[in-house]
Structures are given as C-alpha cells and as structure tokens.
Design a protein around this ligand. Structure first.
Ligand code: SF4
Length: 375
C-alpha cells in the first residue's frame, strides 16, 4: 500500500474519474488492477492491520466493544436479520479446489426448476423466514438467469418471503439489470482472496479464473441499481492482513463511486468438508484471529452489514453477537433441494457447524440483548 490519490476508481466501467473527465486506466492484469486499488485508499491500512493482529483479543474487545455496541444500537437498533440460503443449483462451471460444488467432484447435481425452488422458498417461509439468499454454482448463461428472474418474481408474489439477495457469481451488467428488475434486493460477490497467485492456484478452471472480472462484478451490480452489495473473503486462502486491507480498499473504492451503496461483509472460514482430496488450507485462521478480523471490519465500517454463516460453531456465533453481527443464517441447508427433497437433494457446498433451528437462534439473539428481525 503506497501513495494515495483522491480520484475514485470506477470498478464498474473500467475508468477513473479525473476532474470531470474519464480515461481508461484499469488494466486487465490483476496485479496492476490491485496496485491501482491500493493506491486509491488509505496507505497506512495494512500497517494498522499488522498492529491490530499483534494486539491481544481481550485488549481489542475492551477497547472497542462498548463503541461497537453503541454503534450497533444507533445504526441497526439492535436488530439482527435472520435469513437462509436457497440453493437453486449445485451445478457449477468452475473448479475451485476448496468447494463441494467444484466441477471435478463426483456426486449428484441438481438444478431446481422454478416450481421446485418455489416449494423450497415456501418451506422456508413456513418456518418463519422472510429473507432468502438465492445461491448457485456459477452458471452465467442467459437461460439460467431468465429462470432466476422468474423465480424472484414468483417468490415475491406467491410466498411470504419479502426480501431476496443474490449470490450467483460474477454476472454481466445486463444480467444484474434484469435481476434487479425482477425484484432482487442485493447482490453478494465474494472475491475469496485478493492475492493473485493464490487466486490463480485455487480457481483452476472456468470463468471464475478471471480475477479482474470478479473484482469488477460488485461495481457492475451497483451500476445496475442494486443498493446493497456484499463483499467477502474465504478465510484460510491467503495471509489475513493483506487480504483484509484489500477487502477494505475494495469497499472504499466502491463507496467512492456509489455513495448510496450499502456495503456488507462476510468472512466465511475454510472448511475441510467437500474439498479436493489434495487440498491443504494455505493460511488457516485461528479463532482469535477470526474474531479480530470481524471486529476490525466492525470498527472500520460501522454502518456495514456483517454476516455470520453456519460455517461457524454455535459458541462462536453466540460470542460474536455482541460484537456487531447484523445478519445471521439459521435453519440452513447447503444443498439444492435441501429443504424439501431430503435424501434426493444434491451434494452439499459445505458442512454446517450450527444446526440449531430458527427458533433457537432467535432465542440466542434475544439472550444477547438484541432483536431478531426477519428482513
Ligand atoms: S466456490 Fe462457487 S464458483 Fe467455485 S466451485 Fe463452488 S460454487 Fe462454483
């Protein structure tokens, strides 16, 4: 991280605005693009992160816990939104070595039709959910996007679900346009890692190998009119300080280009279930460092949504509630058809560490002095 420039990067259109004019400056080489990203933000960020991770967790919580609680009350009124992922398909064009949906893995793949997916949504609504994340392997074909558009409209018309977020990969601007028009509310595109060498080694085949395309996808979603954008890292892939610094830089760059954007973060940790047999987690993240990373984002981005998934154990999820979690998944299946098809469901993307039903997780939120919210 070095020199700073005030000209915001426009990650949606591949230009940097300079005093009323635009010129193409974002290269297609991820290293050059990341250098441009670094230069656009706080040059001290990575150094501050190194100091942050060198500080004992207890000291950080004592210093920042009260401020985090006050900020959560002021900005989110103590609310924690509960949601569930709905996997539309377990098919994927990519072969990410860490993922249970990777193309090279054997196992039953399912692609739900609109009616089957509607039954899944209705099942979740019956259990009390009002917010869904529609998730799929990466299938960026227009025919698939047409189906998801129809599904979004039907879910909002025919079920009690009120809000749909999307986690479908690095789609085109035109595809994001159509999904926005179909009623989806927000988009998540997690970069997984901002380290180009690691990114290239774990994304072995498929469109996700194009790191630059993925870096620009959140900007395309915001340019299409989505107000909410979720960014994230897959913790365990690359050294934490540099990846967190670039995640923060990416968020600030998007916020400079789209001041009304509501930024959110998720920090899923690597799991062993479903990975390629030869895969070894390159940079495992211990519990204390996981909490420190979470707290860092909470302090740096007090108005951002912070999501905590069922990849984490119940004790960890409950312990993080007072530190500013705003979105929590509950009652989750990570298989396409997992809520209604039972054994006929597909392979799972990852295994679940917190299997408590929605009611138990709502009770845990109340016990932490917070308010469970449905949307
Ligand atoms: S991480 Fe996403 S893109 Fe990669 S194999 Fe899994 S579902 Fe596909």
């Amino acid at each position: 991280m070095n020199s700073r420039t005030n000209a915001p990067l426009d990650l949606a259109t591949n230009t940097r605005s300079t005093s009323g004019s635009s010129r193409p400056v974002l290269p297609e080489d991820p290293r050059e693009l990341l250098t441009a990203l670094d230069a656009a933000v706080d040059p001290d960020l990575e150094a501050r992160l190194v100091a942050w991770f060198a500080t004992p967790l207890k000291v950080l919580i004592a210093a920042h816990g009260p401020g985090v609680a006050a900020a959560h009350a002021a900005r989110f009124q103590h609310r924690v939104i509960l949601y569930a992922p709905l996997y539309v398909t377990s098919a994927c064009l990519n072969d990410c070595s860490y993922c249970g949906f990777r193309r090279s893995r054997r196992g039953r793949r399912v692609r739900l039709g609109v009616e089957e997916a509607l039954r899944e949504a209705d099942c979740l609504a019956t259990h009390g959910h009002r917010t869904l994340d529609l998730v799929s392997g990466e299938v960026p074909q227009d025919r698939f996007i047409d189906q998801v558009c129809e599904l979004c409209s039907r879910i909002l018309e025919d079920t009690a679900i009120l809000r749909i977020n999307l986690n479908l990969g690095a789609l085109s601007g035109e595809q994001f346009d159509r999904l926005r028009a179909a009623g989806a509310a927000a988009v998540h595109v997690y970069q997984e890692t901002y380290d180009p060498a690691t990114y290239a080694s774990v994304h072995r085949h498929g469109p996700k190998r194009d790191m630059v395309n993925r870096l620009k996808a959140p900007g395309r979603a915001l340019a299409a009119g989505f107000q909410g954008i979720g960014l994230g890292l897959l913790l365990g892939l690359a050294p934490l300080c540099s990846d967190l610094a670039r995640l923060a830089a990416h968020a600030r760059s998007l916020r400079a280009d789209f001041p009304a954007a509501r930024i959110g973060f998720s920090l899923p940790r690597m799991q062993t279930a479903g990975q390629d047999p030869g895969f070894v987690t390159p940079a495992p993240v211990a519990d204390d460092d996981f909490v420190k990373a979470f707290l860092f984002l909470r302090v740096e981005f007090p108005d951002a949504h912070l999501t905590l998934t069922t990849r984490e154990r119940p004790e960890m999820r409950d312990a993080l509630l007072p530190l500013g979690v705003t979105k929590l998944s509950a009652g989750v299946s990570t298989a396409a058809g997992g809520y209604t098809a039972g054994a006929r469901a597909s392979v799972h993307q990852f295994s679940i560490q917190d299997e408590r039903p929605l009611a138990d997780i709502s009770a845990a939120i109340l016990a932490a002095g917070l308010v469970p919210a449905s949307h």
